[in-house]
Unconditional design. Structure first.
Lengths: 309, 96
């Protein structure tokens, strides 16, 4: 009987359950929801949400004291709800608890912002130092450039002075060379250049074109003067007096000029800058009627085209 | 007893105002709530409902404190943004 009844009850309740299951579930859910919204006041739900929000924000690390105060405040509200239900007191306590949670959240955010600001200030200072360093470097570079420029000016001045001194020295040397040359030869400035005239009797034996030993000494001095003074080109011209045949005179004068030219090339006068010409008895410089005049006409002229001009 | 709480709440409101709560919308809202509740508490005290007045003043105080915290937070945030901008400007100036 019992068993049957139980079974029938079971069967009944099972089928009933099966039939009413969706309704039961719906009812159950509704009752839970209804219980939640009706029983727990909005203030307490807000307080819980505010606390959960604060706890997962920066307050947990940066405002722990305020967060703890908020937790205590929430617990007090919860206890009030547990004992009194959704009373005005519970609502007031929950209201305060929500503010405490929001205060904790705000303090955490504030602390975070202040740290950010402190970091930025530090960054600002170091950037300033960086800029200062850079400016200093720029100024240093500018100063160095200025000093280098001054040095260049000084160097240029020194170079100019040295050049001037060298030029003066060269002029002095040239003048000295010219003076020493004037002791052994006639030196004249003509339109065709500087003409150094050497007496034939000093350079050659009569009728010969080989240089006498004394001639070499004189030509050494001439060469020295020419090298020190500088020149563009040199023409060695040989002349004779009017005695003898013109062709003989021409040949002799050329040979003598060539002897002088060849010797000068051995004394640092470049061969490509010096040529020889035989002009015989042409262009006498004195009368061929007297012995002295003829002696003057027997000569070698070294025509120097100056380097400059 | 409620008189002390009233004075304390009024002082907190003053503090929030000095702290610039009126300049920030969210802080200004809580400042207003605090003031409204002080007014309500004064009425409750007048009506002899000291217990209700004390709880209303607790609410007022919490709102006033929150108003000050929000004002301070807003200022700190603005300062942080400003400081970052200053660094950016300086960096650009130096890079020139």
């Amino acid at each position: 009987m019992m068993t049957r009844r139980t079974r029938s009850l079971k069967t009944h309740s099972l089928s009933a359950l099966r039939a009413t299951l969706p309704a039961l579930i719906a009812l159950g859910l509704a009752s839970i929801v209804a219980c939640g919204s009706a029983a727990v006041p909005q203030e307490l739900m807000d307080a819980r949400a505010a606390y959960a929000n604060a706890a997962k924000g920066p307050a947990a690390e940066l405002a722990p004291a305020q967060l703890d105060t908020a937790k205590t405040s929430l617990d007090v509200a919860q206890k009030s709800f547990d004992s009194d239900g959704p009373s005005q007191k519970t609502k007031d306590l929950a209201y305060v608890a929500e503010r405490r949670a929001e205060i904790a959240a705000a303090e955490g955010s504030r602390e975070k912002a202040e740290r950010k600001r402190a970091a930025a200030d530090k960054d600002f200072k170091s950037t300033q130092m960086e800029g200062l360093e850079k400016t200093k470097e720029q100024l240093d570079a500018e100063r160095r450039a200025r000093e280098a420029a001054n040095q260049d000016v000084n160097k240029t001045k020194a170079e100019l002075a040295a050049e001037k001194a060298a030029r003066a020295e060269a002029e002095k040397r040239a003048a000295a060379a010219l003076a020493s040359l004037q002791e052994i030869a006639k030196v004249k400035e003509e339109s065709r250049g500087v003409v150094i005239t050497l007496s034939g009797s000093v350079l050659f034996a009569t009728g010969k074109s080989d240089l006498l030993p004394i001639a070499k000494e004189k030509l050494d001095q001439v060469a020295k003067a020419l090298v020190s003074q500088g020149f563009k080109a040199i023409v060695v011209q040989g002349y004779t007096d009017s005695r003898g045949s013109a062709s003989d005179n021409q040949t002799l004068s050329l040979k003598r000029a060539q002897s002088v030219r060849d010797y000068l090339t051995t004394q640092q006068i470049p061969a490509d800058k010096i040529t020889a010409e035989g002009l015989g008895a042409s262009k006498p410089v004195a009368s061929n009627d007297s012995a002295d005049g003829r002696a003057e006409n027997r000569r070698v002229e070294i025509v120097v085209t100056p380097d400059k001009g | 007893m409620p008189q002390d709480s009233l004075t304390a709440a009024q002082a907190d409101v003053k503090g929030a105002e000095v702290g610039g709560a009126a300049d920030n919308p969210k802080a200004a809202l809580h400042l207003k709530l605090a003031k409204d509740q002080i007014e309500l508490a004064q009425k409750q005290i007048k009506d002899g409902d000291n217990e209700a007045a004390a709880r209303t003043l607790d609410r007022a105080q919490a709102d006033a404190e929150l108003a000050l915290s929000l004002a301070k937070e807003a200022k700190a945030q603005a300062d942080a943004v400003d400081a970052n901008e200053q660094v950016g400007k300086l960096r650009k100036e130096i890079a020139k």
